[in-house]
Design a protein around this ligand. Sequence first.
Ligand SMILES: Nc1nc2c(ncn2[C@@H]2O[C@H](COP(=O)(O)OP(=O)(O)OP(=O)(O)O)[C@@H](O)[C@H]2O)c(=O)[nH]1
Ligand SMILES: [Mg+2]
Length: 299
Amino acid sequence: MKSGFVGIIGRPNVGKSTLLNAILGEKIAITTEKPQTTRNIIRGIYTHYGEEEGEDDVQIVFIDTPGIHKPRNKLGEYMTESAIATFGEVDAIIFIVDDALSKGPGDKYILQLLKETDTPKILVINKIDRIGPDAFAEIYREYEETGVFDTILGTAAIEGTNVDDVIKAAAGYMEEGPMFFPDDIVTENPARFIVSEIIREKILLYLQDEVPHGVAVEIEQYEEEDDLTRIGAVIYCERKSHKGMIIGKGGRKLKGIGKSARQEIEALLGTKVFLETWVKVRENWRDSDIALTNFGYRD
Ligand SMILES: Nc1nc2c(ncn2[C@@H]2O[C@H](COP(=O)(O)OP(=O)(O)OP(=O)(O)O)[C@@H](O)[C@H]2O)c(=O)[nH]1
Ligand SMILES: [Mg+2]
């Protein structure tokens, strides 16, 4: 068996988590149109048994990382540090860029970091569904000239386009090794982590500006009965005014968030879900080491 680890890295919002989900054929990482959605390292396990003569069995652990950005608080520092720390821990790096700002300051910074590591690198130009052929050729050329990448691919992760090519390219860097995880799991993250992430995803979708970025979700109650799961979640935000916005007039906003989260959690767990939510204020938690540890954002 060939096996190993592959880091998926890039600026915020380029489609890292969308690519991870597309590779696995399952949603284990939340994705939104807002930058800095992913806050934790998320491992997705891809296992494939060779079907043709001479085709290897392969297990690739793909590691989705937070978008690398200029941090404005301790949470951001931790996110960026944990993404960069994966460079040295993997057998190959997938660097994703999209059509926005070809080699803008963010991408240039990451490119510089990549030049300094020996790990093999694959460039994925994502969102080709909305990049014209000329623009694609230009981005391709720009990156080819850097000489940093062994392979350059174009994908539309959202539609699954060329995702197989990404898997194939990654498999090329796997070496003879053990099966790290059982073949029937795609993630080691417990259901309650994914549940808290689904709630946070809906908050990101329903709220604007800085409010959702200052939100953390903690699952306080998680009880599985026959065909019902009882979940109690506390939504922490940074200001009293934010609390009002999350709850909304007559509680309507929070009701909407709860409903859409509940529907998705029911589909995930295959049970009915009773979801209760509370909103609490914890000022400046994104700069508090204790809060970051409590919320599981740092060790
Ligand atoms: N048009 C188009 N949009 C895409 C594609 N892939 C991802 N997106 C969208 O891009 C946005 C960001 O996707 P994510 O997967 O959350 O991006 P990310 O890189 O994980 O972002 P962070 O977690 O914030 O670092 C979402 O709105 C996706 O739907 C694609 O191939 N084409
Ligand atoms: Mg992400």
